[in-house]
Write a protein that binds this ligand. Structure first.
Ligand SMILES: Cc1cc2nc3c(=O)[nH]c(=O)nc-3n(C[C@H](O)[C@H](O)[C@H](O)COP(=O)(O)OP(=O)(O)OC[C@H]3O[C@@H](n4cnc5c(N)ncnc54)[C@H](O)[C@@H]3O)c2cc1C
Length: 397
């Protein structure tokens, strides 16, 4: 077993770190204060060929693997939780499902622009009344033939293609939806069929009538990553925008979250790393009682403990990514990595604020931002409580 990163991965990490240090770190607090999605950062990530890292070159990606993608997420998290969150939502949730479950035509039309960085991806599962119990959704997609819809004239595209779906409902907390090229929307196509009655649709936020971003949430952190409420009011889309087959939406969701949780683990590791580095640097410079505070056992122990925890989070995350690349079942390991790394991230960020004392409580220093951003890692893509449910199931409990 070799724990050394392959050269190509190490090089990618160096390139991304350099980019993060020069282009993202200097604006990381500013974009939060302005609640601004940094389009220019994503354009530059596209120029670096990083918007489709685990996607093959055939579909406009970088032809890397999931480990390489996790390293990029880690590096982004080390400087900006918001950039990292929008990046992983784009890749794991908005792009990868089209690559995994889409037709050749869908990959060309909808995945390629995302992988090449010409558009941002988004994925809509959660609803106002169904979060952890996500399959209990109310959003409906009803099949409507061209003939049936003749009473209310359909758009020309639908007339050419024949059948279409009509989507109605509300989605909640959807990352990137107001800046997205496409939103993958989960909806019920067969109300009596439970998990097998859910399907996935590719919605075009710019051109599909009846789609509206009704709210962009103000949050305790991650404010440069937009979190949206979406309304679907008789949104008519052609049947060729169904992803996979009718009824496959829930299975797709589980597979998507297996990959997504690895990227949240990577992002958490990066956030923790950023907080740890800020604390270590400060502790060696700040003097009290005529010596650097790092010389006090209590402070040194906090910093040593951060290092120990981050190493653990990173090992689990990289293991999960390598297993994903090997095509193994990653439900357990991705859930473990997400659960552990997200808790570690919050603990490390909290201790980092403590190490900086009063300055840690000000927005002039980064730890407070990592601390606020860290909390989401324990909530998004399944809360910690839901990870315990998943892991209990995996253990046959
Ligand atoms: C910033 C942000 C970005 C997000 N991005 C996206 C996105 O891009 N796409 C998307 O679809 N969703 C997204 N979400 C939604 C996120 O996945 C949900 O918020 C999360 O799954 C929890 O759902 P909920 O908020 O409805 O909480 P609830 O499900 O109402 O949970 C409330 C509390 O009850 C607990 N709980 C619920 N059920 C159980 C149980 N069975 N056992 C024990 N405890 C339980 C939970 O753990 C939690 O502590 C995002 C959320 C945020 C805040």
């Amino acid at each position: 077993m070799d724990f050394t990163l392959p050269d190509e991965h190490e090089m990618t990490r160096e390139v991304v770190r350099d980019f993060c240090e020069t282009e993202i770190k200097p604006i990381a607090q500013e974009i939060e204060d302005e609640h601004r999605f940094p389009e220019e950062v994503f354009e530059e990530l596209a120029d670096l060929d990083l918007m489709g890292v685990p996607v093959s070159e055939e579909y406009g990606g970088a032809g890397g693997d999931y480990l390489m993608y996790a390293l990029v997420a880690e590096e982004l998290g080390r400087v900006s939780g918001s950039v990292g969150l929008s990046y992983v939502a784009h890749t794991s949730l908005g792009l990868m499902p089209i690559i995994k479950f889409g037709t050749e035509e869908q990959k060309e039309e909808w995945a390629r622009p995302l992988a090449e960085g010409e558009g941002i991806g988004s994925w809509a599962l959660t609803e106002p009344s169904s979060g952890s119990d996500a399959s209990d959704m109310d959003t409906m997609a009803e099949k409507d033939t061209a003939e049936q819809s003749s009473a209310s004239p359909a758009p020309p595209e639908a007339e050419q293609d024949g059948d279409e779906y009509v989507i109605n409902g509300t989605k909640q907390f959807i990352t990137n939806a107001n800046v997205a090229n496409s939103v993958l929307v989960k909806a019920v196509t067969d109300p009596g069929a439970g998990y097998d009655g859910i399907s996935t649709f590719i919605v075009d936020p710019e051109n599909d009538d009846g789609f509206e971003v009704s709210t962009v949430w103000d949050k305790m952190g991650l404010n440069a990553s937009p979190t949206c409420e979406l309304q679907f009011d008789d949104v008519r889309i052609p049947e060729d925008r169904l992803l996979g087959e009718e009824g496959e939406g829930w299975e797709q969701t589980k597979k998507t979250l297996d990959g997504g949780r690895i990227s949240i683990a990577a992002l958490s590791t990066g956030l923790g790393q950023g907080a740890f580095e800020a604390a270590r640097e400060y502790a060696t410079e700040r003097e009290q009682f005529d010596r650097p505070i790092s010389k006090f056992d209590a402070v040194r122990d906090m910093i040593v403990s951060m290092d120990r925890k981050i190493e653990r989070a990173q090992l689990l995350t990289h293991k999960a990514a390598v297993m994903y690349d090997n095509g193994e079942d990653v439900t357990r390991i991705s859930s473990l990595a997400k659960l552990d790394a997200s808790e570690i991230c919050r603990e490390v960020a909290e201790d980092a604020v403590q190490v900086l004392g009063g300055y840690g409580y000000t927005t002039d220093f980064a730890p407070q931002r990592f601390y606020r951003d860290a909390k989401l890692m324990e909530i998004g893509e399944g809360t910690s409580e839901i990870q315990h449910l998943v892991l209990g199931r995996e253990l046959g409990l």
